[in-house]
Structure formats: structure tokens, C-alpha cells
Design a protein around this ligand. Structure first.
Ligand code: SAH
Ligand code: SF4
Length: 406
């Protein structure tokens, strides 16, 4: 189902020249305010107020910031903006999964064509997970992944990563006073059904598992996730944020130490020869190096396990021997194994393993003592399942970019 949108929620093409505040740290907001002439102490105080309005209340209009004097609000509105992405489309799957196509204008170069990414919301009985994109396209070319067929257009800024979370919270009625959608999409634990405020959120978990490789956009992903987990704002627990990587080894340790979120590894193969073909970054960082980095992941414990994702590809990586080797490789790593039935997309040559094969594989892994839930494909009817995301944004040639900026 594609929903008719109330486009009043979507900001128009960005008005040039106003500085974006979403995505800045508190000290960066204070510095931006001080640069407009505000005394330093007041700038720090206003930064705290703005933070609360932007991330806790979800406000996009300075006029609604009632604890800031009218004159100051007008000045802020003149110099700064709180834009979120435009919603190009919003689709709801028959299973309640919701997919948005978001459009971002480049605030620094408004003449550049906008870029688009997909963001997916997956409601379950006890949680609601938002799958967020980190890049437009991907520079890696995993052969079974739809995103991998789209070239990297550009990294998303921290504010654009957060913009996906803020816009999804808005649409799902997750800000104080918000209204839940009434279009059939399932949202867990509706407001007022009891429990603490945290329990009644539509978005309880965030996974960096949308388009792109988050560790190839490390600084922006780090800034966005530190803001999303800040207690005075969106306030998501770091244990409910998972970053998935195809295996960018040098950034694995910093992810644990500096961001402190849960880690997922797109493993998909247990022999270098096959992984080189499925996940080509393996040629740069082979299995031994990847697993050594996992063993050394800061904060790793039985309570904070690494999730290993393993896509089930018929006759490629789904034999009993593969399952046994998987168990052997992960020995002594606190791990969960997530078996993902392959989700087909237009033009792929792969098939999904049969359900009997997946069960047999899961059985071997389970018997070795690993929880290995088979991930039920969600939102396949709207191409929202793992690895099906892609946007039509194309990368411009250098000469085309230069012509537009000139
Ligand atoms: N680039 C990061 C984040 C994307 S996460 C990464 O690769 O980890 C998306 C997950 O879905 C990854 O584990 C990816 O390997 C997996 N995936 C990709 N294409 C898929 C497909 N067609 N079917 C099932 N899973 C797929
Ligand atoms: Fe990029 Fe991840 Fe897809 Fe590989 S699986 S192409 S790293 S998005």
C-alpha cells in the first residue's frame, strides 16, 4: 500500500544559506549561536534548550519553543534551520513493515540535485526497529546485495542520518503528543497501554543496516549515534543500537570504544575463497583479521554479544560442512548467529536456500550452543527486506557536478 502524504510535514526544497542545527553536538550548537553575537554563557544555555526541543519534543519550528523569548526565536529562525528530509514516498507492507524514500537537499550546494535513500520500520510484538541508511548507494559490491548494484553517490551527513530517525518518529507519532498512524501498519505497544515511556515508543531499536557501509562514513555515523543515544534527546540505549559492517577491520575497535553500540558482522561465508566473491572487502580484510578484531571488540561479553549475519544462498554457502565450519570459526566469541533467507531482487542470479536446508543448517548451529534465529523476511512485497534497498539517485560525473556548482 502506498500512502497519500500530508506534504505539509515535508520541508520544501531547502532555502539556501541558513545553517542546519540538526546533527551538531551541543558545543557545536553553542559555538554556532555565539558566532551570531550571543554571549558565551547564554549560547550554552540556549544550546541545551534547543537540544531538548529538537530531539525530545521533535520541534521543527522555532516559534514553538515557548521557553525562548519571542525576539530570540525570530532571530534564530532568520539564521538557522531545523530541516528534515522530504518524504518522496511511504509504503506499508501487508505485514506492517513501512518503507520511506527520503530526499535530502545538500544545504551547502543547493544547486546540486537532491539525493534519496530508503529507511525501513519493522514492527514486532515486543519492539519496533528502524533500519537506517548511512550512505547513498555503496562503494562495496557484495554480489547478493541490491544496494551493491548502485554506485556510491555520497556519504550522508550526521544530520541526514538523524533526519531519518526524526522523520520516522514524527510519522509514527513517537514524539510527545504525537499521533499514531491509523493506516494498518502495526505499531507495538500503543501509547497509553501501560509501561514506562520507553516501552510505549514505536521505535525501540535502531539498526545501521540500511543502504551503505557505516564504517566507510565513520565520523558522521559516530556523531549521529552519539546524539541518538544522548539521554536528554532521543535517548535510545546503546544496547538497542546495532551497527552492521561488512568487515572494515580498522574501524571495528574504534566503534566499540568511541560509540559503544552493539556490533553485527555480515559474515556470509566461512572460507576466504568464497567470501572474496560474496563480500569483496574480504580481499582487503580476510576472515582471520576480521575475527581477531571481533575477539578484541571493546565491551564484548556474554551479555553484549556480536551478531553474525549469514545470508542463506542456495548451493553456495548452505551446506552442513559450512554450518560446522561456522561453529568452529566463532569458537570463544560471544556470538549470536542470524540466518537471513536471501531476499531476491530484480536481476539477481542467486536463489534462497530451501526452508528444509535452512532448518538443518540452523539445527547444527543451535546444537553447538548458539542462538540462531532465522530472520523472517519482512516487507518483501515493497522491496523493504534486507539487501533489497536501492534508490535511483545516480552519481554525477565530475564535470556535471562542477557545472552545477559553478
Ligand atoms: N553495509 C553494511 C550494512 C548493511 S546491513 C553491511 O553489509 O553489513 C544489511 C544486511 O543484509 C547485511 O548483512 C547484508 O549482507 C544483508 N543482505 C544484503 N543483501 C541481501 C539479500 N538480498 N538478502 C538478504 N540479506 C541481504
Ligand atoms: Fe554495501 Fe552492505 Fe550491500 Fe555489501 S551488503 S554492498 S557492504 S550495503
Amino acid at each position: 500500500m502506498t500512502i497519500a502524504l500530508d506534504l505539509s510535514l515535508a520541508p520544501r526544497a531547502a532555502a539556501p544559506a541558513k545553517a542546519a542545527l540538526v546533527g551538531l553536538t551541543r558545543p557545536e550548537i553553542a559555538t554556532a549561536l555565539a558566532a551570531t553575537g550571543l554571549p558565551e554563557r547564554e549560547a550554552r544555555m540556549r544550546a541545551g534548550q534547543l537540544w531538548n526541543w529538537i530531539y525530545h519534543h521533535g520541534v521543527t519550528d522555532f516559534e514553538r519553543m515557548t521557553n525562548i523569548q519571542k525576539g530570540v526565536r525570530a532571530e534564530l529562525a532568520e539564521k538557522f534551520q531545523l530541516d528534515r528530509p522530504e518524504i518522496v514516498s511511504e509504503q506499508v507492507s501487508s505485514d506492517g513493515t513501512r518503507k520511506w524514500l527520503f530526499r535530502f537537499h545538500d544545504p551547502k550546494n543547493p544547486r546540486l540535485p537532491p539525493v534519496e535513500v530508503e529507511t525501513v520500520y519493522i514492527p514486532e510484538s515486543d519492539r519496533g526497529t528502524l533500519c537506517v541508511s548511512s550512505q547513498v548507494g555503496c562503494s562495496l559490491t557484495c554480489s547478493f546485495c541490491h544496494t551493491g548494484t548502485q554506485r556510491l553517490v555520497r556519504n550522508l551527513a550526521a544530520g541526514e542520518i538523524l533526519g531519518q530517525i526524526l522523520m520516522a518518529r514524527e510519522r509514527l507519532g513517537d514524539f510527545p503528543g504525537g499521533v499514531r498512524p491509523d493506516d494498518g501498519g502495526l505499531v507495538p505497544a500503543p501509547r497509553g497501554s501501560g509501561g514506562s515511556e520507553g516501552d510505549s515508543r514505536a521505535i525501540t531499536n535502531v539498526v545501521m543496516m540500511g543502504m551503505g557501509e557505516p564504517l566507510y562514513n565513520y565520523d558522521n555515523v559516530k556523531q549521529a549515534l552519539l546524539i541518538a543515544s544522548d539521554e536528554a534527546g532521543i535517548s535510545l540505549s546503546k544496547r538497542r543500537i546495532t551497527l552492521s559492517t561488512s568487515g572494515v577491520v580498522p574501524y571495528i575497535e574504534p566503534t566499540g570504544r568511541e560509540i559503544g553500540v552493539m556490533l553485527a558482522i555480515s559474515l556470509h561465508a566461512v572460507r576466504n575463497e568464497l567470501r572474496d566473491m560474496l563480500v569483496p572487502i574480504n580481499k582487503k580484510y580476510p576472515l582471520e583479521e576480521l575475527l581477531a578484531a571481533c575477539r578484541a571488540y571493546p565491551g564484548l561479553s556474554n551479555a553484549r554479544r556480536i551478531t553474525f549475519e549469514y545470508v542463506m544462498l542456495k548451493d553456495i554457502n548452505d551446506s552442513d560442512a559450512d554450518a560446522r565450519e561456522l561453529v568452529r570459526l566463532l569458537k570463544n566469541i560471544p556470538a549470536k548467529i542470524n540466518l537471513i533467507p536471501f531476499n531476491p531482487w530484480p536481476g539477481t542470479n542467486y536463489d534462497c536456500s530451501s526452508s528444509e536446508r535452512i532448518e538443518r543448517f540452523a539445527d547444527i548451529v543451535n546444537r553447538a550452543g548458539y542462538a540462531s534465529p532465522v530472520r523472517t523476511p519482512r516487507g518483501r512485497d515493497i522491496l523493504a527486506a534486507c539487501g533489497q534497498l536501492r534508490s535511483e539517485t545516480e552519481r554525477l560525473r565530475k564535470s556535471e557536478r562542477e557545472a552545477l556548482i559553478a
